[in-house]
Write a protein that binds this ligand. Structure first.
Ligand SMILES: O=C(O)c1ccccc1NCC(=O)[C@H](O)[C@H](O)COP(=O)(O)O
Length: 232
């Protein structure tokens, strides 16, 4: 079987059924620490949630998703949450990557995949982020009516084929997020070869994480893993 990409289930909230963590395909979990998000988890609730996840899977990597804020606020929120990675999703202060890394966190930079006509300038921007982060996470551009700060989690996909074309020039770790579902993940993996995928809306039912949908997603990833290599 082909090696599966890493898998982050993002947007966990207190009270979610965390039993999906028993499946080894899930390698990362995310908590959204953006107050304007419907998935917002306050620092005092994020700590117990991350600890509960790590009790089930001590090796799971916990990610705090932030959008804006000062270096001190973000560092303190991540420390209280007990996460391993901070995923920067908005206009954080310059130099924050260095500060967070010195404080012991890995840092990911989310980038809306929107190269437009100026691929060179988009690539320059991506490379400048990659130079100071541990990974870049490509996500869909938020809709124009999104609340300020809610720069992700909209269940929208982007042009995966264009990403694949551009990715030949990447020499850093990159993830794909945005609108991934159990129904489209096999198609995604046939087109794109990221280090990992990040999924939120596509594994929800009634606005909460759904263990059945997460297992369907993993089954679809495994089905891709078992495909004959000649298909891709
Ligand atoms: O999920 C949110 O509500 C959110 C709010 C503000 C900034 C980022 C947010 N999510 C970031 C993520 O990592 C999501 O998993 C990613 O955008 C994919 O989401 P989806 O398209 O819903 O699968």
């Amino acid at each position: 079987m082909r090696r599966l990409p890493l898998l982050k289930i993002c947007g966990l909230r207190p009270g979610d059924d965390l039993s999906f963590l028993r499946h080894p395909a899930v390698t990362h979990v995310g908590v959204v620490m953006v107050p304007a998000s419907r998935r917002y988890v306050a620092p005092e609730d994020a700590g117990p949630l991350v600890r509960a996840a790590k009790r089930i899977r001590p090796d799971v990597t916990a990610v705090a998703v932030v959008s804006g804020g000062s270096c001190d606020e973000i560092g303190e929120a991540a420390r209280r949450a007990g996460v391993d990675v901070v995923q920067l999703h908005g206009g954080e202060p310059q130099g924050i990557e260095d500060r967070l890394r010195k404080a012991g966190f890995q840092v990911w930079r989310a980038v809306a995949f929107d190269p437009g006509d100026d691929e060179t300038s988009f690539l320059d921007t991506v490379r400048s982020h990659a130079a100071v982060a541990d990974a870049v996470l490509f996500d869909a551009k938020p809709p124009s009516d999104a609340k300020p700060g809610v720069t992700g989690g909209h269940g929208r996909t982007f042009d995966w084929d264009r990403l694949t074309q551009m990715a030949v020039a990447f020499n850093f770790d990159w993830w794909v997020a945005g609108g991934i579902t159990p129904e489209n993940v096999r198609d995604l993996l046939r087109r794109v070869r990221p280090v990992g995928i990040d999924v939120s809306s596509g594994v929800e039912a009634g606005g909460r994480k759904d263990v059945g949908r997460i297992h369907q997603l993993i089954q679809a990833m495994e089905a891709w893993g078992h495909e004959s290599l000649s298909i891709s």
